[in-house]
Design a protein around this ligand. Structure first.
Ligand code: HPA
Length: 234
């Protein structure tokens, strides 16, 4: 039973999945971290694979950028393919001085400048939160490896380029960094009663203009993947 965006049959996708924004990163993760990786999707080049990690079945699939895109893919994964644990892995831009490039950020909560939760007709403002179980697992994994990490709120923005420095207002609320997808992922997961978490490598600082050098980008990515995979198979 395929969907308009995913050609996989039910059963081809594991109940735990890693979700990078970039489909080529999904391919890289499958080829470098999975055993017996098998492709399940290439519709719109949104590549997806299922394989094994530490003896457990796990999948990986790209989501594209922004809440509408991850909203579609994660909804289908949850409702049409039975996925129960969704871990977004990505990069983010720090908006707080204490959050350094190369650090890991774990999104306990996600705020947004978008309108994704409008669909639910709520009589107020929805606070999108991670699965506590996945968050606790990720913190345990990062701490056990001695990785530098911060846990808190991220901004899932609809905007990469902005006319005015809106990030400064979010930073005043203690928001750590900006990315573009977690709010929709958390909404979809909460609505369906399944688990989600966003884990990020800080690729750049919007405060200082600093960016992660290429070699450290790879180290940061590998550390994030180790934490995400260990959390997925818990
Ligand atoms: N904005 C949104 N997403 C990002 C950024 C940013 O500055 N950096 C890395 N991902």
């Amino acid at each position: 039973m395929a969907t308009p965006h995913n050609q996989a049959e039910r059963g081809e996708i594991a109940e735990r999945i890693l979700l990078p924004g970039d489909p080529l990163r999904a391919k890289f993760i499958a080829e470098n971290f999975f055993e017996d990786a098998r492709p399940f999707n290439s519709v719109r080049n949104m590549l997806g694979y299922t394989g094994n990690y530490k003896g457990k079945q796990v999948s990986v699939m790209g989501t594209g950028m922004g809440c509408p895109s991850i909203g579609i893919y994660s909804y289908e994964l949850i409702h049409f393919y039975g996925v129960r644990k969704l871990i977004r892995v990505g990069s983010c831009g720090s908006i707080r001085e204490e959050v350094k490039v190369g650090d890991l950020v774990m999104a306990m909560g996600a705020s947004t400048d978008g309108n994704y939760a409008h669909q639910y007709g709520l009589p107020g403002t929805y606070s999108a939160t991670a699965s506590y179980e996945l968050l606790a697992g990720a913190v345990h994994s990062a701490a056990s490896h001695g990785y530098s990490y911060t846990v808190g709120n991220v901004l899932s923005s609809d905007l990469f380029y902005t006319e005015t420095p809106e990030w400064k207002e979010w930073a005043k609320m203690g928001v750590l960094s900006i990315e573009m997808e977690s709010y929709a992922l958390y909404c979809n997961a909460s609505r369906a009663g399944v688990q989600a978490l966003g884990i990020f490598t800080v690729s750049d600082s919007i405060v200082t203009g600093e960016a992660l050098p290429a070699e450290e980008r790879q180290t940061g990515f590998t550390n994030m993947m180790r934490v995400a995979l260990e959390t997925a198979v818990l």
